[in-house]
Design a binder for this molecule. Structure first.
Ligand SMILES: Cc1cc2nc3c(=O)[nH]c(=O)nc-3n(C[C@H](O)[C@H](O)[C@H](O)COP(=O)(O)O)c2cc1C
Length: 167
């Protein structure tokens, strides 16, 4: 897939096939995150990847709308130190998007989940005291929606969002 197709094919996937992601593909997705830019190259993140079905089921309970995590082939927990500021979260957004585009390029769908129950996340992921799970990104081969470039999207109009030369 070329870059533009991968960008326009990425969409939130919430139903996955019961099919594992090959290790090389998963490592490429994680490598895309590792290569993401960050402020002053600070790389404030760690990534914990979970593929065990029982562990995914428990992880899905850290957020009330996280059920899709249970059915994913792999979920990557995006980890930051507690109290990380907006710059670290901006950094993390770059890593998340890089992983999702790399996944789309491989025909792999992705979705997001917030994390509310930090204690459960800590237990399931084995996190040390000085780390928290900021978000989960779940991956798998889509069962509900194919990864192919979208023609129609639910976004604000281009002219409404883009201000050329000033507001
Ligand atoms: C920071 C962030 C948090 C999100 N959290 C959730 C979530 O907890 N559960 C969920 O189902 N979707 C979540 N989403 C997915 C958005 O609802 C989705 O990206 C948006 O509706 C646009 O749809 P698309 O990704 O298919 O283009 C999140 C997205 C972002 C960027």
């Amino acid at each position: 897939m070329d870059t533009w197709d991968a960008i326009t094919a990425r969409r939130n996937v919430r139903e996955f096939e019961d099919r594992a992601i090959p290790d090389e593909a998963l490592d490429r997705i994680l490598e895309a995150g590792r290569r993401a830019p960050s402020s002053r190259n600070g790389q404030p993140w760690d990534f914990v990847v979970v593929t065990d079905r029982e562990q995914l089921g428990r992880l899905s309970k850290v957020w009330r709308s996280g059920a899709h995590v249970a059915g994913s082939a792999a979920t990557v927990a995006l980890i930051l130190p507690p109290g990380a500021g907006s710059t670290a979260f901006f950094d993390l957004g770059h890593a998340a998007m890089a992983m999702m585009i790399a996944a789309a390029d491989l025909g792999i769908g992705s979705g997001h989940s917030a994390v509310a129950d930090q204690e459960l996340a800590r237990e399931v992921l084995g996190l040390p005291e000085d780390r928290e799970a900021a978000y989960l990104i779940d991956f798998g081969y889509p069962a509900d929606r194919p990864v192919k470039p979208l023609k129609r999207i639910n976004r604000r109009p281009f002219e409404d969002v883009v201000h050329k030369g000033g507001w």
